[in-house]
Design a protein. Structure first.
Length: 89
């Protein structure tokens, strides 16, 4: 797995908490392996991670958008679309 393009420290991406963390793949499902390969993952406090997967579609969209913007800053829009196939911006 590649280092995260969004974080350099192991802290919750949302709260900054240092404990009870889960690794969250920003683009899951069929894109999970691409998230690993391209560093599209963040640390989330466990309760926030579960909240995101259960019902918080707005937070999910926000993290996807932030990650896409960072990815495109590094590699470009065309590369993002070729790998992930959908824009979140």
């Amino acid at each position: 797995m590649t280092d995260s393009i969004l974080q350099t420290e192991k802290v919750c991406f949302i709260t900054g908490a240092e404990n009870w963390l889960d690794l969250h793949h920003v683009y899951a499902g069929p894109n999970r392996k691409h998230s690993d390969a391209w560093g599209c993952w963040v640390w989330l406090r466990h309760d926030i991670h579960m909240q995101l997967h259960d019902k918080d579609k707005e937070m999910d969209k926000m993290i996807k958008r932030i990650c896409q913007e960072k990815f495109e800053e590094l590699y470009g829009h065309e590369k993002f679309m070729a790998i992930f196939g959908k824009s979140y911006v």
